[in-house]
Design a protein around this ligand. Structure first.
Ligand code: GLN
Length: 335
């Protein structure tokens, strides 16, 4: 009896200790995310701007201001902390692929979306499509071929699918002013012959039904303009079971957020995804507009923006900001 009481007493002490050290750790990791820390990280990495190259294969993107740089976090309580050119708008480009995937899966279910598409990672660039000839299917929904097919699966005529994607972006960011940039859209449409080629190959293989409006919806979703704060809110949403930064849980869906974060982790940074998982270790999605969105699962969302890109099409300063941020707060999913 006496031994039991001692054991009980000891286990209480251990639990209290674990609880206190756990909350201290949590406080250490979250409370100090303030504007000053973000600014320090941003300034430290500003010089990477000079080492990257702005995407010019879409001529309108070449007009982007190369020195613009911004960093935003939606913390675990949904507060937005940001620094740099936070009001500067840029096009989402490939970041839009995670929203299109969400809309398609919600509408027709995961098994239908992945019926003709893999869950594979890749050692190839975003516009690689040789496997459409070999296996006949896109590798994943994060590379262009799979993304074009995913958007084509969203129901509706004309630009209906695009409007659904746009409305979802407006909902997640709680920002009704978000729209697409017509000049970038026209530029993508005029020069996107490789994407057009993939579209017709998939149409030929019976993976896509419908006319070129379906491809235009993909070009439009890539041309949606937003800010780095909007990106952080998108990161928060997928990190937190599709619950919005202000707590609105209309779309709460654990499986959907797991699916999207897993795709971001294995293919969100294209052929750099493996090395990125090793160094940063967070589900992330980049776009050639210079944005990267990252999720700290169950906790916070991060957005970075800087137009000059590395050879894989990922923002160079953006990558280095994320790298320092993750190191400082020990945020990699691999602990
Ligand atoms: N709109 C771009 C394209 O299809 C998107 C590519 C990207 O952001 N990686 O080429």
């Amino acid at each position: 009896m006496k031994n039991n009481s001692i054991l009980y007493f000891l286990s209480c002490i251990i639990w209290i200790h674990l609880f206190l050290s756990g909350s201290r750790l949590y406080a250490q990791q979250t409370s100090v995310i303030d504007k000053q820390v973000l600014s320090e990280i941003m300034e430290k990495n500003r010089s990477y701007i000079k080492q990257g190259t702005i995407a010019d294969y879409i001529p309108e993107l070449a007009k982007m201001e190369s020195t613009a740089i911004a960093f935003a976090v939606a913390d675990s309580k949904g507060n937005i902390i940001s620094t740099g050119d936070t009001t500067k708008k840029f096009t989402m480009q490939s970041i839009s692929k995670i929203i299109a995937l969400m809309v398609a899966v919600q509408e027709i279910g995961e098994s239908s979306v992945f019926k003709n598409m893999g869950y594979f990672g890749s050692d190839r660039p975003f516009n690689h499509f040789a496997n459409l000839e070999t296996t006949g299917k896109p590798l994943n929904p994060m590379m262009n071929a799979g993304a074009i097919m995913t958007t084509s699966l969203i129901k509706g005529e004309g630009e209906d699918a695009f409007i659904k994607i746009l409305e979802m972006i407006r909902y997640i960011t709680k920002n009704k002013t978000i729209d697409y940039n017509k000049a970038v859209y026209n530029s993508e449409k005029e020069t996107g012959n490789k994407n057009r080629g993939m579209f017709y190959l998939m149409k030929n293989n019976g993976l896509i039904n419908g006319d070129e409006n379906k491809l235009d919806n993909y070009f439009k979703q890539c041309s949606v303009e937003l800010t780095v704060e909007d990106l952080a809110k998108i990161g928060f949403f997928f990190a937190n079971q599709c619950v919005r930064f202000d707590g609105d849980s209309t779309y709460r869906n654990v499986e959907l957020s797991k699916l999207i974060q897993s795709q971001m982790l294995i293919a969100g940074m294209y052929e750099f995804s493996g090395e990125y998982a090793r160094t940063v270790g967070l589900p992330s999605k980049s776009g050639v507009g210079g944005g990267i969105v990252a999720c700290v699962p169950g906790r916070i969302g991060v957005g970075v923006f800087s137009p000059p890109l590395d050879t894989h099409g990922n923002s160079l300063a953006g990558y280095h900001m994320l790298l320092d941020f993750v190191k400082k707060y020990n945020l990699s999913v691999f602990q």
